[in-house]
Design a binder for this molecule. Sequence first.
Ligand code: NAI
Length: 499
Amino acid sequence: MTIEYRVADLSLAEAGRHQIRLAEHEMPGLMALRAEFADSQPLAGARIAGSLHMTVQTAVLIETLTSLGAEVRWASCNIFSTQDEAAAAVVVGSGSVEEPAGVPVFAWKNESLEDYWWTATQILTWPGRTDGAGPNMILDDGGDATMLVHKGAEFEALGAVPAAPQEGDADYSHEYAIFLDTLRSTLESEPRKWTDIAAGIKGVTEETTTGVHRLYQLAAQGKLLFPAINVNDSVTKSKFDNKYGIRHSLPDGLNRATDVLIGGKVAVVCGYGDVGKGAAEALRGQGARVVVTEIDPICALQAVMDGYQVAALESVLAQGDIFITTTGNKDVILAAHMARMKHQAIVGNIGHFDNEIDLAGLARIPGIERIEIKPQVHEWVIPADGAEGVEEHSVIMLSEGRLLNLGNATGHPSFVMSNSFANQTIAQIELYTKSGQEDAEGNREYGNEVYVLPKILDEKVARLHLDALGVELTELTKAQAEYLDIDVAGPYKSDQYRY
Ligand code: NAI
């Protein structure tokens, strides 16, 4: 059977397969789940639309889902994050370059925005089915696939896609305009496409802070069309991937992009949440003098207690050599900020969306010039401005303001992603097998709300990773367990515990 796909180059599959093989050894959580569920095949019948950075680690996740019985279609959730060799290897699967027999993947490094929304549409369309059904599960990172289904269904109910704000309007967004164009064309050809797809979906499992934020907004407005599991807030996800993953992949991205010595430099980290903590620690580890900016007094206090200077961005513009946004918020570094930075200051974002840095505003500075140093590294030369007293200088922008650890490097390493993706796999099994079911008391197990996995499963994910690192875990005695009023087998903490 021929499979559909669009990737950069299938001849990269062998190189990708070697990397996947090494990654499997570093992903004990996923491999343990493959072994545990090999016979029971809990995902048999699942049709999963996956929208998550198409890296080597994601390849191991995809092949874990298929080994548990799922059919999968995959796209990346970012235009720059695909590792082309991983995408090729997943498509080829157990087949050959001439006759690929793996999973339909629609992802390549350096997609256009039009391509991006086309790939998102491809994973949500399930050809070859006579009943017209689409996927019955979504695995999302950042919430774009979920948004496509929700907005599509919303506009179908209205019978029209609203006009996009025009260039020059304050709320104009090129990205959003292209997204609306995608929906306009589906509405013309298939007026109930997204409504039907939404009706068939049992649930979504969401990977990251930004996507989870979108889900809680939909749920609060009563607009969530299917149940969701917030994978991000499993402790073994956000306190590991967001922190230790960033601690590894931020310097990797900076080094591959610029090879500038980090030691001795002033590095400004905007945001001191989980990602900001990992970023600040990594930069300090390289000998940078780190300054943190925060809006939340608790996180600001944490940063200063951890030994970082905490300052307003405006106060350190002239000192900073490296500026990294980690907030998940918009408009954090504006054009006016970049106009006042040092010559060759490096500016990058590691939060999910590119709206943390006002690249459009930068491009609008009169007389500004953009020079490509290499793909995903651009020098923006800002001309002298007599009125402001600014001398001609440039800023080095990484990955066009998109998450630089995946645009300039290859994202987080396998071991930490094994924790995140073990949570994803368990969450997929949980929703696929239980969504729509009723418990013993006749209550629906999962309604159209956002859930987190029970702590016992979070602890299970951690446990799956201990042996590989030679950890000796202390076992509670029965008397100690009674004293603490917990079970010897866990869970060991209350849901309020913050780690
Ligand atoms: P978080 O909510 O723990 O941290 C964000 C912090 O930024 C908060 O402490 C908040 O108070 C602060 N903040 C918000 N607006 C600010 C502003 N204007 N100036 C300074 N600080 C501000 O979120 P988390 O988990 O750290 O995630 C941050 C972003 O990174 C999200 O978009 C998330 O999706 C993304 N992410 C990216 C990863 C990657 O591989 N690049 C991995 C994991 C998460």
